[in-house]
Design a protein around this ligand. Sequence first.
Ligand code: CUA
Length: 331
Amino acid sequence: MPPAVRRYVISGLLIAALVFLVAAGFLAWIGGEGGLTPVAPATTGAEAIQDIYLFIGAFASIIFLVVTVPIALFVAGFRARTRDRSVEGPQIRGNTRLEITWTIVPILILVAISVFVFVKLPGIQEPKAAVGEPEVTIRVEGRQFYWRYVYPNGAIGIDRLRLPVDRVTKLAFTAPEHDVVHSWWVPALGGKFDSIPGQVTEFGYRPTRTGVFEGRCGEFCGLQHGVMLATAEVLPGDEFDRWVEETARVQQAGDSDLGEELYAGVCAKCHDLAPEYAPRIAGSPVLAEREAVSEIIQNGRGRMPAVGRGWTDAELDALLDFTETIAGRAG
Ligand code: CUA
């Protein structure tokens, strides 16, 4: 292949790769979840954040190509292999039209981005509930290493939060005084909030579609931070109402699966998943000793945090009933 042709083949491939890189990000977005763009939004606020991301992303992609494609072309096309190293290149001075252009164009781009962001900002702020819309506040407690959700009627959820679609639901983010800072982050819902010990931060979300959205704790909070996942399930309004009512009823009556949920969300994350930090307890006869288990989960011991401090009697009983059933059974 003659050198001139080879140069253009190489720069052509380079340019194709650059264009592909940019296109891949946007194609992934058009095709749905993943890729270089954020997950598909599921609340009004997350939609506004996504719009801003794409608007700025489009400009950034164009600028990326405007800079890198000519570089690739020039590197290939204007390489002067034959020139002696001591010879200076041509001296070019000042080009007023070019300089004015590269001053004004960025100003226009920044103005466009600012205007767009200011138009979208109100949509990111907390949505207001419509008149007559039932407004529910759910307490979101970050704890080592699980999320505890307390609904207004006393229903308890561990790790999985339920929300009604098309209604504003307030989340009250907090953590117990004896715990550490966590951060509740479900990207599809937008808005990441810290759970700070002894403080309550409230924010309302209005989900726009039903579905199950995955998230995680976004603040390093200790050895098992990595397994502190958060799942938000958006349900139709009437289904949500039924679920909250029914859950509170069976939990108070003591015939729910809360005990198993607590064991999986609170105990197993260390005692099953991290034998290097915590002894395996599945099948241990100690699990049947209600007094001992109750004491240790409320006060902690050594490296084990007081995971059950502040629980309701229904929660404690549910867990102890469950651990009793698995005590002495081989793991
Ligand atoms: Cu909780 Cu990281």
